[in-house]
Write a protein that binds this ligand. Sequence first.
Ligand SMILES: *Cc1c(COP(=O)(O)O)cnc(C)c1O
Length: 350
Amino acid sequence: MSYFRAAVDAMTGYIPGEQPKPGTKIIKLNTNENPYPPSPHAVEVLRTLDSEWLRRYPDPYAKDFCQAVSEALGVPSDWILVGNGSDELLNVIIRACAEGSDRSVVYPMPTYVLYRTLAAIQPAQVQEIRYPEDFQLPIKKLVAAKGAVTFVASPNSPSGHLIPLEDLRSLAEQIPGILVIDEAYVDFADYSALPLVFDLENLVILRTLSKGYSLAGLRMGFAIANPKLLSGLFKVKDSYNIDAIATAVGTAAMKDQAYKNECANQVKISRTKLTTDLKNIGFEVLNSQGNFVLATPQNNSAEYLYQELKQRGILVRYFKQPGLEDKLRITVGTEAQNQTLLEALISLIR
Ligand SMILES: *Cc1c(COP(=O)(O)O)cnc(C)c1O
């Protein structure tokens, strides 16, 4: 007899991008971290940390943080649920809503692989609907799948495309379950689906501090939805899911919207330049609304380039998955990092 449930034995665990030890001399363009440091105000809070925060349990609802989000985004603070990274919230949503084949998890592919992993653990049946070549949202097929939970990442990873709001609205209106719009990369995009949340009672918007706010190590994300929907999710989360330090640091970062926007603007400028530069050396590159680009080399294998870049101390993401084996996902770094990457690629390509 196995020590594990059949669902756990049957699944493959999530394989995160490589995380070299801090201090390793490496150009890390593989997991879409922000190349700029977090807000100086957030760093200051960390430096002046009161040890009393550690002795006591943290606020289970991170109300200070919710207040800061409320002010920054103009949503009532009781429409916010804070999580230990948005990954925890994805997990909470699946645990609260999905189960077996009657309550399935549905999403367009390719997208964030963790949706599949979390559904497999539950276990809940997964229905993956392929995006067409032009990345139009396959609304009819997604609706026909009748998911208890439908995930759409917008901007999507690894394609970088943003979904039109009319499409998201139309999808939410037709599905029986909830629609989760994963906006991990929204800080680099032209628009957000946030206004829809006030019209659609089955909509959840997911945000994170990992990308736009340069705080991937802090593990903080949040969901925005109407309080009735959130009340079900609150029951499922760990009672003290966000620690006191994360709450304090995250609150300071959230209040510093100007700094976040400044960094995001620089990333957007670099994204445009990187896209052009890669096209000029013969890559096909999709226009991206995230802090990464999906690039297809013309006369070289993507896997070969990935390996050779790694040898040279540059990490990019290579997915050995149908439809992605000929592509590299490259995080937008600083101008200097992007330049080093480009020079390495020029020396490698035929
Ligand atoms: C990075 C990412 C997340 C994870 O965010 P965390 O808050 O760090 O857990 C969620 N969704 C997508 C699509 C991502 O790329």
